[in-house]
Design a protein around this ligand. Sequence first.
Ligand SMILES: [Fe+2]
Length: 340
Amino acid sequence: MNYLKNIKRSVFWKFILLYIIKPIYDFVWTYIINIHAKIMLISWKPKNKDYFNLNMNNQLIIRDDERISNVANELSKICTEDFLNKSREEMKTNSQYSQELFDKLDNNTKEKIINFASSELIINTVARYLGVFPVLSRIYFYHNIPNPNGEDEVKAQKWHKDGMGYKGLDFFISVTDIDLNNGPLFFLKKNNPLGSFSRIENALLNPVRGERNKISNEEFIKIYNKSNIDSIVGPKGTCVIVDSYNCYHKGGYLLKGDRIMLRIAFDTIDSTVLNFDEEKYKSDSIFYYNKKHISSVNNKFLKFLHYKRSSFIKFFRISQKLLRFYQLLHFKIGSRNEQQ
Ligand SMILES: [Fe+2]
């Protein structure tokens, strides 16, 4: 077993993955698993050809973009002191430091967010990155406060990749100004071309619930120095686009103040989030917003974007099997084999 582990730490294995296994799997992922989404993309002819260019990287920070600032300003108007006070009290009562408020927004605002998430600008950006037409999987409106229990950095606040799919793209848009006190999102700027086929080896020992495969700050900075790390620090309307399945990131740790953030997530039919949502979020309108709208969505692209699921993948638990396949082949990143 140790012999196998050593191979998976070796530069030799890294090259086999990078130049043989990954290109083959990329082809299978695009032209077999996601063939429907590929055909959709080929027939997608948007009027507006604009997009945010990730340049083959799995993250991008956008500052001062009017279209994004408009969304952030609109949302910040809704976050009145009353609205936030109510949310703060609820969190304190439940000993939480984070709450999801999308459902509490009025229908008009929800509609605006969904329209933005379904706009050609956003679809073009995601489709270009994924190489196939995306599925809009989740929209979250997070409110975070300092942990009322005074605990140290917890769960999402430690370095990790979200192990729920092969490729996806999340838009994080700050609705409050963000500095180092109110918990910026941090992400690794250094591109990781192996993405889902790699994992940092020394995860937390004895992880508590939600900490599996998470990496302590101390371990992380042994591998990547500070110049490789960026954050969403900046005025409201700053946006980080990140493939959270491929790029190491961590939620910020709030020392004081509030943080409000819109998160719009895009996936493909093989991401587990598209399958576990039905059971877990049966009555949750974040995933099934506008259900009544289904019959009225006659645009085939919108229908795909909002509602595409694969019963075949779900029935045979293909998503879970694929995740195990990536894990099996993982290149193990450590301070010895990753240059800073
Ligand atoms: Fe995450």
